[in-house]
Design a protein around this ligand. Structure first.
Ligand SMILES: O=C(O)CCC(=O)C(=O)O
Length: 245
């Protein structure tokens, strides 16, 4: 459970780091599963999907991400439903939650690219901006060198802004560079097994991985039961919804 002070910090800044949530065994089971699933996924990846799923610098063999682990993989489904994670989620967005989307970010050593500043609620388009929550779990220790998340403190209290996408990358929505000065982006390093929670409005980004260590993480995106995604910017497949409580 989170303390009152932690909940207060989340409400004030739009993000919260909680160390030591997963055990080392849970982390290593998750990493093994990514390894097996990733190999299978790469073998079957269609050409028109490569731009989205592969790192440009990886000669066709370095995965950037995998989608919907909470739906496709037992290991990740168990993590998304685990009592301690769900208890914290419900403290932050209220009782009765589902995972409507989830992602594994691989950020491989040296070639893992950056993710520009964005707000998850622009992607998700919920009718209640306080009803979504991203639970970002570090499977490798995330540092400034290997591409940890950076947050704009208290940007959760501001509005959702329009996003733009680079040519040929309609899925890579991001805030326009003219806005970037509005919040200083501060790093949120997390040890392996720790969680970085963020509110759906919170500005966040990750930098390129310039280290020789991977920065693998799983993000579970939760939705409180009374809310709906009424204006999503991308298609979220409702058939993968995982009711949790
Ligand atoms: O892990 C990353 O690099 C990006 C994560 C992210 O944008 C998110 O979880 O909302």
């Amino acid at each position: 459970m989170l303390s009152d002070l932690q909940v207060k910090e989340f409400r004030a800044t739009g993000h919260l780091t909680v160390p030591d949530v997963l055990t080392p065994d849970q982390v290593s089971t998750a990493l093994d599963d990514i390894h097996h699933w990733g190999d299978e996924f790469l073998e079957n990846l269609a050409d028109d999907q490569k731009r989205w799923y592969l790192e440009p610098g990886g000669q066709g063999t370095a995965l950037r991400k995998l989608d919907n682990p909470a739906f496709h993989r037992q290991t990740f489904q168990q993590l998304a439903k685990s009592d301690n994670v769900v208890a914290m989620v419900e403290q932050l967005i209220g009782p009765g939650v589902s995972v409507f989307f989830s992602q594994i970010f691989c950020k491989p050593p040296e070639i893992g690219g950056p993710k520009p500043i964005h707000q998850d609620n622009f992607y998700f388009g919920p009718d209640d901006l306080n009803a979504t929550l991203t639970v970002w779990i570090a499977l490798d220790t995330a540092t400034v060198q290997n591409g940890c998340l950076f947050y704009g403190d208290s940007s959760n209290l501001g509005p959702i802004h329009p996003h733009i996408a680079p040519k040929g990358e309609p899925f890579n929505l991001q805030l326009s560079p003219e806005r970037h000065h509005e919040y200083a982006m501060t790093p949120a390093p997390v040890q392996s097994g720790g969680i970085s929670f963020h509110h759906g409005n919170t500005w966040h980004q990750s930098s390129a991985n310039t280290s020789d260590h991977a920065r693998r993480a799983v993000a579970f995106h939760y939705l409180q039961k009374d809310a709906r995604l009424v204006q999503p910017a991308l298609d979220y497949d409702a058939s993968v919804l995982l009711p949790v409580t």
